[in-house]
Unconditional design. Structure first.
Length: 396
């Protein structure tokens, strides 16, 4: 039986991409022209594309149900959403290439604040929990406050991109990312609107439900997606997959390559998290979500979230721009829409023991949440630290 297989797959656009959020829609829905492609795509979109690419390599024709002369191959690949065989993944991560240097980018933490000068980031700072705060309907007693004498001049970095160098700085309570480690929301992609039309030959007008519009994405030069792909003790001897394969909606394609393992983004995240945790004070730690985290049956009130995610200690507060919904029922009604915390959400906690947080480092390649979600790539995270921010002079 082969050993575990660990690969980094790079997916590059050959034209535009279209990634839905999983929300159901039809071509003749009112307001369809407002449907926008999301970026980065959901982990399940990239996972499914790579899984199908491996299936084609094992003999699948791309149309019929899973079938191959090699039964071991399709045992490895599983069957459907709930049987993932021996597969698991982390990501996707956005990558850029400057010369021979590959850089990784993540959605910026929502608790990171920026001051703008026109279209440029002039300054960055942190928004950490205040020492005393307010009780909310979620039962949280502390809110976040920007560390600056003039907090009203800052806004959340939600929508921006943060490099791994900037993430390493953010994870340390006493540092802030440099301005050059941030990119604006539109730095990596350009939106293009496409119109679909079918003419009714009898009337010469648009066929019913066949005049529709969708927003596509065109990645910039050398902008790609990278997915960490793992097969646990596969029965089949798998070669690397490459070439053009479908990715996302609207019959879009991606060119798949395999990268060298020495640029593994998850290894980099684990190292920077370990350095941050080593400087943790009074058990204060943060969890920065790098990919969305489906909540399933989890309740946000009190410490229900921490308990459901097996996070140590207690939840102090969280910083997020809002709850998203992932998925939607298909023709068979088998995939329910669930709430999710978006990438960039920051959870602030206090642990009783430093070792409890150190033990979380081993979870970084695996992720947080339910097993099937984690294996698709959801719940990716990094660990950091934070300091209490005084609300006013009385809190000194």
């Amino acid at each position: 039986m082969p050993d575990d297989v660990l690969r980094l797959h790079k997916l590059s656009a050959v034209d535009t991409w279209m990634f839905g959020s999983g929300q159901p829609f039809n071509q003749d829905d009112e307001g369809l022209s407002q449907v926008r492609s999301i970026f980065p795509p959901l982990p399940s979109s990239v996972f499914g594309a790579l899984r199908a690419a491996y299936a084609r390599a094992a003999g699948w024709d791309g149309i019929s149900r899973w079938d191959s002369k090699d039964a071991n191959a399709f045992t490895d690949l599983g069957n459907g959403l709930k049987d993932l065989g021996c597969l698991s993944a982390c990501g996707p991560f956005v990558s850029s290439k400057e010369g021979s240097i590959v850089k990784y980018w993540i959605p910026a933490p929502h608790a990171l604040a920026v001051k703008m000068n026109g279209l440029n980031v002039a300054e960055t700072t942190r928004a950490d929990p205040i020492k005393t705060g307010f009780k909310t309907d979620l039962g949280l007693e502390h809110l976040c406050q920007v560390r600056d004498k003039n907090p009203e001049t800052f806004k959340s970095a939600h929508g921006f991109w943060l490099s791994f160098e900037g993430l390493a700085a953010y994870l340390k309570a006493e540092e802030v990312p440099k301005t050059q480690s941030l990119r604006s929301p539109g730095a990596f992609i350009h939106r293009e609107h496409r119109v679909g039309l079918e003419i009714n030959p009898k009337t010469g007008t648009a066929a019913k439900g066949m005049l529709y519009s969708a927003s596509h994405l065109r990645p910039g030069k050398e902008i790609s997606l990278v997915m960490r792909w793992q097969m646990s003790k596969p029965k089949h001897n798998w070669d690397e997959v490459s070439g053009l394969h479908p990715l996302g909606g609207e019959s879009r394609l991606a060119n798949i390559e395999t990268l060298e393992a020495n640029i593994d983004p998850v290894t980099k995240i684990k190292r920077m998290s370990e350095k941050a945790v080593n400087k943790m004070k009074e058990g204060r730690y943060s969890v920065v979500l790098l990919t969305p985290l489906p909540l399933q049956e989890t309740k946000l009130n009190g410490n229900g979230l921490f308990k459901a995610l097996n996070l140590p200690g207690k939840l102090v507060t969280l910083s997020t721009h809002g709850i998203e919904r992932i998925g939607g029922q298909d023709d068979n009604g088998s995939t329910a829409s669930v709430p999710a915390l978006p990438a960039g959400t920051v959870l602030f906690g206090i642990a009783n023991e430093k070792n409890d947080v150190s033990d979380l480092l081993d979870q970084i390649p695996i992720g947080l949440g339910q097993d099937l979600d984690k294996r698709h790539g959801f719940g990716g995270f990094a660990l950091g630290t934070w300091n209490l921010e005084r609300k006013n002079e009385q809190d000194k």
